[in-house]
Design a protein around this ligand. Structure first.
Ligand code: ADP
Length: 284
């Protein structure tokens, strides 16, 4: 190795170190901002309750307590996400596969939308449509796969939550479940998608979640699956988040030996694709 090469390598590694430090600093700012906002809510309403204790009507007291409770749930949700990521990254998550029927699971998720009251569920039900392909098939359609039901639930909730979060309140979200054969669809796959070797000859099921929201610029299409990556990292951004949901989705899909990717156009919308083997092979 000559001297010039060594100094070039050192420059590259110090550049990479600076970039990593910058990302860490940005992520710490995002994390403290995200944790601070529910804490501010809790602290604000608790102070009002203490200060104006005798002057508050029972409705006002109820409203303040409600806000404190929502702030606590929000905070607990953020801590759960950090804990989940730690579990995945340390290899502590093990699959408990059973036969899961994807379409009824999707319907169950939509009709019992997590942590929300019945009024919100009806809004969700009108916005999200689930469809099985091929539409024309008269044969009984099957959407069963061998997978970990609670991890699939986590994956679907995360993708639907993002579709809702990053698109206008009244825009529809389409969910499609369809069989996928590599020989038929290979040409439609983006170049960076590599299908794991032992799933190549297996029947696969595709889950597509399409929204008509803000979309994602092309340079972020792979990056958003890495931890703490968000398209908008500004603290003044209008949508909150830690940038960990899609990282958790990728862990879940990888544990199932599947693939996940996004097709998206800014201001038009995004389609998240998930491919999962229908059966677990002996090699898994
Ligand atoms: P979070 O939503 O908490 O920031 P995610 O890991 O779920 O974290 O998503 C990473 C980033 O990808 C988001 O910050 C957002 O910029 C972008 N993103 C994810 N899903 C969508 C979507 N459906 N439409 C537009 N942007 C999205």
């Amino acid at each position: 190795m000559n001297e010039r090469q060594t100094s070039k390598e050192m420059t590259t590694s110090s550049h990479m170190q600076r970039e990593a430090d910058f990302l860490n600093a940005e992520w710490l700012a995002t994390l403290s901002h995200e944790l601070r906002s529910p804490l501010t809510t809790i602290q604000g309403f608790a102070t009002m309750l203490l200060r104006y204790d005798t002057k508050l009507s029972s409705d006002e007291r109820h409203e303040y307590l409600q806000s404190i409770s929502e702030g606590c749930s929000h905070l607990a949700g953020l801590l759960d996400t950090l804990f989940e990521l730690a579990q995945f990254e340390s290899g502590h998550v093990k699959l408990h596969p059973t036969t899961v029927d994807l379409v009824p699971l999707l319907q169950e998720i939509i009709t019992t939308w997590p942590h929300m009251g019945p009024e919100y569920t009806s809004v969700i039900e009108t916005r999200i449509a689930v469809q099985q392909e091929p539409e024309s098939s008269t044969a009984q359609q099957i959407s069963r796969i061998e997978a970990d039901r609670s991890l699939l639930r986590l994956l679907i909730v995360q993708l639907l939550e993002n579709a809702l979060k990053y698109s206008p309140d009244d825009s529809p979200i389409e969910v499609v479940v369809a069989p996928f054969t590599l020989t038929h669809h290979q040409a439609n796959l983006p170049a960076h998608i590599s299908i794991q070797i032992h799933t190549q000859n297996q029947p696969l099921l595709e889950l597509r979640i399409q929204d008509h929201g803000r979309g994602i610029p092309a340079e972020y299409h792979t990056r958003i699956f890495d931890r703490f990556q968000r398209v908008d990292l500004q603290l003044t951004r209008d949508v909150n988040g830690l940038g960990l949901g899609l990282t958790i989705c990728r862990h879940i899909v990888m544990l199932h030996h599947g693939s996940i990717w996004v097709e998206s156009t800014p201001e038009v919308g995004s389609t998240f694709h998930v491919l999962l083997p229908i059966q677990r092979s002996n090699e898994q």
